[in-house]
Ligand binder design. Structure first.
Ligand SMILES: C[S@@+](CC[C@H](N)C(=O)[O-])C[C@H]1O[C@@H](n2cnc3c(N)ncnc32)[C@H](O)[C@@H]1O
Length: 293
């Protein structure tokens, strides 16, 4: 075997038939991971090599390419934008579920929502942001919680802005339809009030239009300039920054903190920690931060 070239296990063509292996050299892996990091901040260490290989291999086969070097040339040539979208969509990790890390929703309901909606003048814009929303379960869980907790919601100008870099995920989010196996993750009475079954497909349900209307989805790369301004009262940025290196995490959190009003909240994922990253926010609960005065 050529030095620096590794061959991974049998890969499978899109038609399900096994096919010839495609070599993946250290250099090709490094060039692809550098490219992805520059574009969207995602750090792909050596331990992610097999994941990169398996996710992109199918694409190479579909494009009739026989080497990663040819693929890298495609990423630099004509039509590169379309292919870069594809590579980003293929390499993001989109795991999510309704009411994931439920203690955040308990905190939101009992401590944050009453405070914000009591202080706000009726008619004032109240904006929450789900940054890295994946297929939409997180922003819909936020909207369900607010609808359930604020009977007078119609008197406020409330919206959840939900953003992600992955256009496939955003398309799924906008549709708002999910497999029935996700239904039980939504606690009652929100499950009955905020979802409807889809008559044509027994194994799927949809998020009710009343909830969907409260959420607006848009493509947003967290490492680029953001298309909206503050104040944003509450930000959920959970299980996203874990893929970024500390300098990028720091810059994102400090920009988020600039958007928060005094007393605004930032929720992060259970395995993330900002204490050594920045002093712009202070820890007030389990993976819950508030903007420092
Ligand atoms: C693991 S999911 C987390 C979903 C949800 N926040 C949760 O905790 O359940 C991470 C999401 O971050 C998105 N993401 C990764 N890099 C991003 C970037 N640079 N800008 C915006 N979104 C990004 C991915 O596309 C993915 O959908």
């Amino acid at each position: 075997m050529q030095s620096g070239v590794r061959h991974f296990g049998l890969d499978v063509a899109p038609n399900g038939m096994s096919s010839a292996r495609i070599a993946f050299s250290d250099r090709e892996f490094r060039l692809i991971s550098d490219r992805i990091k520059k574009l969207c901040g995602i750090h792909l260490p050596e331990s992610k090599r097999m994941l990169v290989y398996s996710r992109l291999c199918r694409r190479l086969k579909a494009l009739d390419l026989t080497s990663f070097t040819d693929y890298l040339e495609l990423l630099d040539g004509k039509g590169a934008d379309k292919e870069l979208h594809f590579a980003i969509n293929a390499l993001t990790t989109n795991l999510t579920r309704f009411f994931r890390e439920p203690h955040h929703f308990d905190h939101l309901r009992s401590l944050v929502i009453p405070n914000i909606f009591t202080r706000a003048n009726k008619g004032r814009e109240i904006r929450f942001w789900s940054a890295g929303c994946s297929s939409g379960e997180e922003p819909y869980s936020i909207a369900m919680t607010v609808v359930d907790a604020v009977p007078s919601l119609r008197e406020f100008d409330f919206k959840v802005i939900a953003t992600d870099i992955d256009t496939d995920m955003l398309a799924q989010s906008v549709k708002g339809e999910y497999h029935m196996r996700e239904h039980d993750s939504i606690p009652e009475p929100m499950r009955s009030r905020s979802t409807v079954s889809i008559s044509s497909e027994a194994d799927r349900f949809a998020v009710d239009a009343r909830i969907r209307d409260l959420v607006s989805f848009e493509k947003q790369n967290l490492i680029d300039d953001w298309s909206f301004e503050g104040p944003i009262d509450v930000i959920f940025c959970r299980n996203v920054m874990i893929y970024f290196e500390p300098d990028i995490q720091k810059s994102i959190v400090e920009r988020m903190s600039d958007l928060l009003p005094e007393g605004g909240f930032l929720y992060i994922g259970h395995s993330e920690n900002l204490s050594r990253i920045t002093e712009s926010v202070s820890l007030v609960g389990s993976t819950v931060y508030t903007k420092k005065a």
